[in-house]
Design a binder for this molecule. Structure first.
Ligand code: ZN
Length: 309
């Protein structure tokens, strides 16, 4: 990696456990397997074909939090996400169905629900869903300019082009904050949690849904799992999710496994198989009704709902 760094001019920085802090020992899970040609905006785009490219992965010896180490420096990462693209369109209905189920859970335990902030909202499809669910004030934060350009006019001017960080959103503005498949991408989750906590009014709720590094599929596939990916700086288990939210000053109210609603095409898209065979299968499915059929699958995600005290 050092030679690659010298040749490419890219800068890599060491990471630390976001729960235990600096100096905590960690054990290597997998060595890095990427080349410099892999560092492109396409690699950092939503819903690209999983291709098993990843940084060196380690696990904290104290708390078990899994992370990439080292990673690209933040300026490069921000640029890659700003230039990345967003291609959720064929799955939008299924994502609304999946995420909507967990937002409904938050509403059941969360009291007043009028305002909602979504971190990493892509083209804002879930902000539209929240408006339909009766939220009167919605706002999104999204680094990809292309994603925001594709947003519906009903929500486009409610999306701020930025990454979530302390000071971006006024204190105590929101009843609910949502992060869907975002938390494992951010380089400093503890700062994102601080910013989210500050954005919530006291008693407000945060909903976070992302991969579960201890799911059955992650265990079975190991390094071949689509979650072992250069886009993920941290990977959480139910235990490390709970611990990082508690460390961030939240009271965890509920957590569990996620059943995703997916089309058969998307399940094939995630399945490890040779690229040629996959392209052929996806092509066939895209021309048939079968590919658009949806089914609920426990594909190794977890959710957590926590309260700002
Ligand atoms: Zn740790």
């Amino acid at each position: 990696m050092n030679e690659e760094r010298a040749a490419s001019g890219l800068t890599f920085v060491g990471t630390q456990c976001a729960i235990c802090g600096p100096g905590t020992p960690a054990k290597e899970l997998y060595p890095a397997n990427f080349g410099i040609d892999d560092i492109t905006p396409a690699r950092f785009s939503a819903r690209r074909l999983p291709d098993r490219v990843h940084y060196r992965m380690v696990r904290c010896s104290r708390c078990g939090l899994v992370r990439s180490d080292p990673v690209l420096d933040e300026a490069t990462l921000s640029h890659l996400y700003a230039m990345s693209t967003f291609d959720y369109e064929s799955e939008t209905a299924n994502l609304k169905a999946t995420y909507g189920r967990y937002l409904a859970k938050l509403r059941r335990i969360g009291g007043r629900q009028e305002s909602l902030l979504e971190v990493g909202c892509g083209d804002g499809f879930f902000l539209e869903h929240a408006l339909q669910q009766g939220y009167t004030k919605v706002q999104g934060v999204e680094p990809s300019e292309a994603a925001i350009a594709g947003a519906s006019p009903s929500v486009r001017d409610r999306i701020v082009c930025d990454v979530m960080r302390p000071g971006l959103v006024p204190e105590g503005e929101f009843d609910a904050v949502c992060l869907f498949q975002v938390f494992d991408h951010v380089p400093h989750p503890e700062l994102v949690l601080e910013a989210c906590r500050s954005a919530l009014r006291p008693g407000g709720m945060i909903l976070c849904l992302n991969h579960n590094v201890e799911s059955v599929s992650a265990h079975v596939m190991g390094e071949r799992s689509p979650i072992i990916d250069i886009e993920h700086t941290y990977l959480y288990s139910p235990t490390t999710m709970r611990r990082i939210f508690q460390a961030g000053g939240f009271t965890v109210r509920e957590q569990g496994r996620v059943n995703n609603t997916y089309s058969i095409s998307y399940v094939v898209h995630l399945t490890p198989m040779p690229a040629g065979a996959k392209a052929l299968a996806l092509g066939t499915l895209s021309r048939s009704r079968v590919g658009r059929c949806s089914l609920p699958v426990p594909l190794g995600n977890l959710y957590l709902i926590a309260e700002r005290p």
